[in-house]
Design a protein around this ligand. Structure first.
Ligand SMILES: [Zn+2]
Length: 119
C-alpha cells in the first residue's frame, strides 16, 4: 500500500506489457495439425511422434500462459481499483471565476488569477 499514482500507473504499464506478450505467445502456441498430417503421410507415420510431442508441448504452454494472462488481468483490475480510491487532478472540483473567467478551485476564496474574492 501507499504507492503513488505514478508508481501504480508504471506498475500497471509493466503488467500490460507482459500481458500483451503472453497473449501473443498464447496465439502462436497453436499446433498446425494440417501440416503435421501432411508430414506424417510423407514420412509414412514416423512424423506422428514429433506431432504428438509438439501438440503436447503447445497444450502445456497454453495452460501456463492462461494462468499468467488471468493473473495479469486480475492485477490490472486491482490497480484500477486502487487508482479509483486515490483522488487525482480530475476529481478536484473546479469552477470559473465570475470576474476573470479563469478556472479556479471551487474551494478557493480568492481567485489566483485576478485576486478578487469569490463566493
Ligand atoms: Zn479571477
Amino acid at each position: 500500500m501507499g504507492m503513488s499514482i505514478e508508481e501504480l500507473n508504471n506498475h500497471k504499464d509493466n503488467i500490460i506489457l507482459s500481458l500483451n506478450k503472453a497473449e501473443r505467445e498464447y496465439e502462436s502456441a497453436k499446433t498446425n495439425h494440417i501440416l503435421h498430417i501432411i508430414l506424417s503421410i510423407m514420412t509414412a507415420g514416423v512424423w506422428v511422434v514429433v506431432w504428438l510431442f509438439i501438440a503436447n508441448w503447445n497444450i502445456h504452454k497454453r495452460t501456463n500462459l492462461e494462468k499468467i494472462i488471468d493473473e495479469s488481468k486480475a492485477s490490472v483490475k486491482d490497480i484500477d481499483n486502487q487508482l479509483r480510491l486515490i483522488p487525482n487532478g480530475d476529481d478536484i472540483n473546479t469552477t470559473e471565476c465570475p470576474w476573470c473567467a479563469e478556472i479556479i478551485l471551487q474551494k478557493a476564496k480568492i481567485c489566483k488569477h485576478c485576486g478578487k474574492e469569490v463566493n
